[in-house]
Each structure stands twice: as C-alpha cells, then as structure tokens.
Design a protein. Structure first.
Length: 62
C-alpha cells in the first residue's frame, strides 16, 4: 500500500509541475493574466483568433 501511495504522490507532483510550466509559458506570452481567471483568459484569444480568420477569409474572397 505504501508503494502505491508513493507512486500516486509522484504522479500528482508531476502533473502539478507540468501545469505550472504550461501556465508560466502562457503568462510569458501574455495569454494568461498574472492572477486572473484562466477560463476567461483562454476565451478571449480564441475570439480574437476567430476574428482574424474571418478577416483573412474575406480578403481571399474579394
């Protein structure tokens, strides 16, 4: 049982480490605010990206 707990603990620490690195990367790019709500921060760039693709598609059709 102790071995299983150690394995689970290690996995959880690895998960947290990966999530932390990902958040730091997004913050460095300016896609995630320092202490904001991550779901809202992710929704805004997607909306901007959609607008950009619409502009590009309208340029192609003209």
């Amino acid at each position: 049982m102790a071995r299983h707990k150690k394995i689970e603990r290690r996995r959880e620490l690895d998960r947290r480490r990966r999530r932390r690195r990902k958040r730091l990367k997004l913050r460095a790019r300016g896609l995630l605010p320092e202490s904001g709500n991550p779901p809202q921060a992710k929704a805004e760039p997607k909306a901007e990206a959609a607008e950009l693709t619409e502009e590009k598609s309208s340029e192609v059709t003209e």
